[in-house]
Design a protein around this ligand. Structure first.
Ligand code: IVH
Length: 672
């Protein structure tokens, strides 16, 4: 065998391993996919000519050909543990206290905080850098040999990188299915008439339990390593955090969100930060795991039953729960849209008690076949409005009546119309409908519109119901006496509300336009209109052809805007608002220097890292205010990356893609 062929094969394998590492572990590919494919095909071709040189750790040998008849059992030489849970701050404090007491340490304990990934645990054994087997957790002592399937996962190295790894290294981690992969898999399943998976966790479990590895190979599975098992013939670091860094340097994927934190307060700050960002993560998590960072302290703490004393899972409140539909009502929105709303047997979900959940529209009601009396799954994720996800299969014990859309508005009795091809039904009562009026006023007062502090939904509803106001303009005629006479209001809150109303009298043009509640005109569109036309009068008189020239405005929105300003009623309300003392602040005529301050309008921006003075949430709000779109991941469509300290993979990706990177100071300068 010519040495040159052996060398060529090894060089190709090295390259492919390196690029997989860049892609899957560092999330920082440095060659296009097509180039990877080219190298891969080249290796295949050489191996085909020299089959005797094929080794099991070659990147071409991921998918074995033979389906198994059953999985073998594998005994874990070091048991795979589970974690105890806490659900609140108090329980976390108690966990920390137990550790301090046991260790007789008064100083803050150093922990790592990590996402608790919602997948299934795996143990992968490497010997001399080569993947030998992979086993599921099973009962913790014995699991199933799923090596064939784990080998098909591109993020799992078949051979470790470098040569610093211990001779025997068992790594433990979570196999999971990223959300986008899960969605795509279900779309495919639906198209093929196959059964859809209920959630990414089930999809990951189902995919890993396939006896035929060619099926697993088509499933978008990922791995993050979070600890080690047996280690022989080599040393690992003496803190958990550094061990994870070592695993990373061996080419193993480790979650990028893992942080070192000191003491309970920092644990809670991490928990709160990740709770907020949970929906933006690429994968499902169901809590945070805190682990004592110092391995010698871990050893002193030891285990109870099947769980370590040095780690704990801080679980998020469940986002889905079972309950029963007691009734279905219909709610009328600002634009007359009628939404079916399920009244529920109250249930604690997503951290609050929920007794109403949206059913969206009648298409959804039919698709989910929801009926009064059904047992259903309710979901409340983050601050999103709770929704009925689906009826619990097989729970309907007797026939139940179908839900029908009303023919008349439940509030004003006007006819309900359903436009062909539109999912929503609408009340035709317009501003004669008090529900529509109340909703329009709530929108007008909301934080991103006129920001009238203290004017809550219930107050608006009372004011409209008792005919104390008809339009948003009437708000500015309210007296302390009238307000103080409302339920749940006293003299003091009435005075405060009047002050808040006065304070709201100097809105920027874009806020004012947004507050008017023109259909489909959100914050960004309002901002674009303000920047384009500069004065309310010019927006009001803009013609269809002018409007569609504005960024983000298409024919439908343009038509809504024209229609809005054609209605005498709307013009009257605007007139009354202005004569009530509302002074729209002029859109700054920008000097040449300042022209850049509009750079963010309509632009897509990603925020990453720790900013020096603002939280990411605050920066996001300011950018949205300036008309930008803020998204979670960097792509070719990103216009700017706002990067703070420890920016990581998003920064390198932005640099690679040539996305302009700015810091907080630059952002603030552009906003001023
Ligand atoms: S550590 C000795 N870290 O949670 C520690 N587990 O409830 C054992 N899990 O079986 C586990 N993310 O499947 C650890 N960052 C993380 C985790 C994690 C998810 C799962 C794992 C384990 C289960 C325990």
């Amino acid at each position: 065998m010519p040495i040159s062929v052996i060398k060529q094969i090894e060089a190709l394998r090295e390259k492919l391993r390196y690029h997989s590492y860049q892609y899957y572990v560092l999330d920082d590919p440095d060659i296009p996919d097509a180039e990877y494919d080219r190298l891969y095909k080249q290796l295949l071709a050489v191996e085909e000519k020299h089959p005797d040189l094929i080794t099991t750790d070659s990147p071409t040998q991921r998918v074995g050909s033979k389906p198994l008849s059953a999985f073998e059992q594998i005994e874990h030489k070091m048991p795979m543990l589970s974690l105890d849970n806490v659900f609140n701050e108090e329980e976390l404090q108690a966990f920390n206290q137990r550790i301090q007491d046991r260790l007789k340490i008064n100083d803050e304990i150093g922990y790592t905080a990590e996402p608790k990934l919602d997948g299934l645990a795996i143990s992968i054994r490497y010997e001399n850098g080569e993947l030998i087997y992979a086993a599921t957790r099973g009962d913790g002592s014995t699991g199933e040999n799923v090596t064939q399937n784990i080998r098909t996962m591109q993020s799992v190295p078949l051979r470790l990188l470098g040569n610093n790894y211990p001779q025997v290294l068992e790594v433990r981690g979570e196999v999971f299915m990223p959300k986008t992969g899960f969605d795509a898999l279900n779309v495919k399943a639906k198209k093929n008439g196959d059964k859809e998976f209920a959630n990414p966790r089930n999809a990951a479990a189902g995919s890993l339990r396939q006896l035929d590895p060619t099926v697993t190979a088509t499933r978008p599975l990922s791995l993050y390593c979070y600890s080690i098992g047996v280690v022989e013939g080599g040393n690992v670091a003496d803190t958990h955090y550094e061990i994870l860094q070592q695993l990373k340097s061996f080419g193993l994927p480790v979650c990028t969100e893992i942080k070192k934190v000191n003491g309970v307060k920092a644990c809670l700050a991490y928990f709160s930060d990740l709770s907020k960002r949970r929906d933006q993560l690429a994968y499902d998590i169901d809590g945070i795991v805190y682990k004592v960072n110092d391995i010698s302290l871990q050893k002193r703490l030891g285990f109870v039953a099947r769980a370590p004393r040095w780690a704990i899972a801080h679980k998020f409140p469940a986002q889905e729960e079972l309950t029963t539909i007691i009734d279905v009502d219909f709610q009328v929105g600002r634009t007359g849209a009628i939404t079916p709303v399920a009244r529920l047997d109250p249930v604690f979900v997503g951290g609050v008690t929920v007794s109403n959940a949206t059913l969206h529209n009648m298409d959804e009601v039919r698709r989910k076949d929801v009926r009064i009396g059904d047992q259903v799954i309710v979901r409340r994720a983050g601050d999103v409005i709770p929704e009925v996800v689906r009826v619990v299969p097989g729970s309907r014990k007797k026939p139940l009546a179908e839900i029908k859309m009303l023919t008349q508005c439940p509030v004003c009795q006007a006819t309900v119309e359903q436009i062909e091809g539109e999912a929503v039904a609408r009340c035709t009562g317009g501003l004669f409908c008090s529900a529509q009026r109340a909703e329009a006023i709530k929108h007008f007062a909301s934080r991103k519109a006129m920001d009238i502090d203290g004017l809550g939904d219930k107050i608006v509803e009372q004011l409209v119901e008792e005919n104390k106001i008809e339009t948003a303009a009437d708000l500015y005629q309210l007296s302390i006496e009238v307000l103080a006479s409302l339920e749940r209001m006293g003299e003091k809150s009435a005075t405060n509300l009047i002050a808040a109303l006065n304070k709201s009298k100097q809105p920027g043009l874009s806020r004012f336009i947004y507050a008017l509640g023109i259909r489909e005109v959100g914050e960004a569109t309002a901002m674009n209109l303000a920047n384009e036309f500069k004065t309310l009068a010019d927006v009001q008189h803009a013609e269809f052809d002018d409007l569609i020239e504005v960024s983000d405005i298409g024919p439908i929105v343009a038509k809504h805007i024209v229609n809005f300003f054609q209605q005498q009623h709307n013009l009257d309300v605007i007139e009354q608002l202005l004569s009530a003392g509302i002074k729209i602040q002029p859109v700054k005529q920008k000097s040449f220097d300042e022209q850049s301050s509009s750079v963010f309008v309509g632009k897509t921006i990603v925020i990453t890292g720790t900013l020096p003075s603002l939280s990411r949430g605050e920066a996001k709000e300011m950018l949205l205010e300036a008309g930008a779109k803020v998204t979670g991941s960097v792509s070719a469509k990103t216009d700017f990356l706002l990067a703070g300290d420890k920016a990581g993979s998003k920064l390198s990706k932005a640099e690679k893609l040539g996305v302009k990177v700015i810091n907080e100071v630059e952002m603030l300068l552009h906003l001023k």
